[in-house]
Design a protein around this ligand. Structure first.
Ligand code: SIN
Length: 277
């Protein structure tokens, strides 16, 4: 197996392995790479849904997304689907999956199933690198803060997605909720401190006014969204991205209007997140 950095500051490309045939030794190498990089890309994989599930279960338990449709045959696989006639896509802004849960998802494994001929890339950001680039004084100020995360503004009654042509695809209107996590968490596997706020789901800083929260979050979001912390993944048939939701953001480009795109996503169960060390 060959693991090389994908870009200067974000992700790694794993070559020389078929995930469907991964042996236990290979699994250990991948587990290590997942902790070290937080974002792994694979090309030319042959991973039908049964094998996608089998691979995911080797990493942990699966958590089913409350809002997306699942495939008919595999209720643990969510569909990230955009029809030719649809304008809105799923995940079109920077976010990390399930940060609105008390136990946010550990990771997500996204497999390309139907791709547009142009566009439809996914962008990723490395939140370790972004955090480590902040000054020690600023890091210290962030350490005591907690942020509120929610999905109500997206999937609840009158929420953003409910007012778009994505609405018919969504369930879970009665399953919305909020969670509070430290702004800087200690990553459960790596033990490293990492910034844990995201534009999609973080709605404010606990105990701060709306304006104060907005000012801090705006600064942090602009800081993360810089070329040295981000990368772009162009999907090809057989491509897979496997990311750690505790230390990355992602965002699906919506630049392929009139074309179909279908991805299969399995999300892995995580645990409650503790404060920075
Ligand atoms: C997602 O937010 O999980 C979807 C990413 C993508 O479709 O590229």
């Amino acid at each position: 197996m060959d693991i090389t950095p994908y870009s200067a500051g974000c992700g790694a490309l794993v070559a020389g392995v078929q995930l469907a045939d991964l042996d236990d030794k290979g699994l250990e190498v991948l587990r290590r790479a997942y902790v070290d990089h937080g974002l792994l890309f694979f090309r030319e994989q042959n991973l039908p849904p049964e094998e996608h599930l089998r691979f995911a279960r080797r990493f942990g338990d699966i958590v089913v997304n409350k809002f997306f449709k699942t495939t008919d045959a595999f209720p643990e696989i969510a569909e990230v689907r955009k029809e030719k006639t649809q304008e809105m896509n799923i995940g079109g802004g920077w976010h990390t999956d399930h940060s609105y849960d008390d136990e946010p998802a550990m990771g997500s494994i996204l497999v390309a199933r139907g791709l547009p001929t142009t566009g439809g890339d996914t962008l990723f950001a490395n939140l370790y690198a972004a955090y480590e680039a902040l000054s020690p004084g600023f890091q210290k100020m962030l350490a005591g803060l907690r942020a509120v995360h929610s999905n109500r503004h997206l999937y609840g009654e009158g929420g953003y997605y409910r007012q778009t042509d994505l609405s018919e695809q969504l369930g879970g209107i009665d399953r919305v909720g909020d969670a509070v996590h430290p702004v800087v968490v200690r990553h459960p596997q790596s033990g490293r401190n990492v910034l844990y706020v995201n534009p999609g789901h973080t709605i404010g800083i606990e105990g701060w006014s709306k304006e104060e929260s907005a000012a801090l979050l705006k600064f942090l979001y602009k800081h993360v969204d810089q070329p040295q912390f981000t990368c772009r993944f162009h999907w090809e048939p057989g491509s897979i991205a496997f990311w750690d939701n505790r230390c990355t953001w992602h965002m699906a480009e919506n630049d392929y209007q009139g074309q179909f795109r279908l991805m299969h996503r399995i999300t892995l169960k995580g645990s409650a997140l503790g404060e920075a060390a």
